[in-house]
Structures are given as structure tokens and as C-alpha cells.
Design a protein around this ligand. Structure first.
Ligand code: SF4
Ligand code: SF4
Length: 117
């Protein structure tokens, strides 16, 4: 269909940046509850260097990749996406021990630079 690629490119041009922006700020929907003990594992597993530990609690920096590693790997299950997700099961890949994942993440200085320059 002639014209479709142009329309498609136009929609991509108009909508994609908005989509990426909304994704990166999706962490505004995360919150941490009182069971957090400040261990810092969420900070260590985040591939986007998107979590700072401030006053023993994670604070998200709004360049999230929405990988959900922080939510799934928090040992206290203290991070909730939304209240309705509390007590939902977390996924841990049995082939990738937490220690190994932290080693891999720490091999990168500032991984977020790869995605956000
Ligand atoms: S991994 Fe969980 S318990 Fe540890 S600092 Fe992050 S939110 Fe708190
Ligand atoms: S671990 Fe994943 S979901 Fe959590 S803040 Fe980092 S990029 Fe976002």
C-alpha cells in the first residue's frame, strides 16, 4: 500500500519518543514498604544504574528500563509496582544466582550511559 511506510514513519517519529519517555519514568509507580532493610541489592542488580540508596531506602532516578529486576530480586519483597501487586510471586531465574548477577552488573561502570548517553 503506497504511503503506508510514510505514515508508519510519521507515527513512529511522533509516538516513539513519548513511549520511551513514559517507560523510563514508569518507576514513579514503584514504591518501597517498611520491610526494606536497606541492603542495597536493588541498587546492585539494576542494569540501568537507576536506583540510589538514600537513608537506607531505594530512590528511583527515572531512567528505568522496566526490567523488574529490583522488584523480583529484593530479598524482602519490599518493592511494589502498585498496591494490587503486593504478595504476588516474584520470579528468580534458577540458572542465574544473585551473586553472579551482581558480579555481572558491577562489571559495568555506568550502564545507563549505554542507553541514555
Ligand atoms: S533490595 Fe529490597 S530490602 Fe534491599 S534496599 Fe532494595 S528494597 Fe530495600
Ligand atoms: S532494576 Fe529494572 S525495573 Fe528496577 S529500576 Fe532498574 S531498570 Fe527499572
Amino acid at each position: 500500500m503506497p504511503g503506508f511506510p510514510v505514515l508508519s514513519q510519521l507515527l513512529h517519529f511522533l509516538l516513539y519518543p513519548r513511549f520511551i519517555r513514559s517507560l523510563s519514568e514508569i518507576d514513579t509507580r514503584f514504591h518501597v514498604d517498611d520491610t526494606c532493610n536497606g541492603c542495597g541489592i536493588c541498587n546492585q542488580v539494576c542494569p540501568a544504574d537507576n536506583i540510589r540508596i538514600i537513608d537506607n531506602k531505594p530512590v528511583w532516578q527515572h531512567h528505568c528500563l522496566f526490567c523488574l529486576a529490583c522488584i523480583n530480586l529484593c530479598p524482602k519483597e519490599a518493592i511494589q509496582l502498585e498496591e494490587k501487586h503486593r504478595n504476588k510471586r516474584r520470579y528468580h531465574n534458577p540458572s542465574v544466582p544473585l551473586k553472579k548477577l551482581i558480579q555481572i552488573q558491577s562489571a559495568f561502570d555506568s550502564p545507563s550511559d549505554q542507553y541514555y548517553g
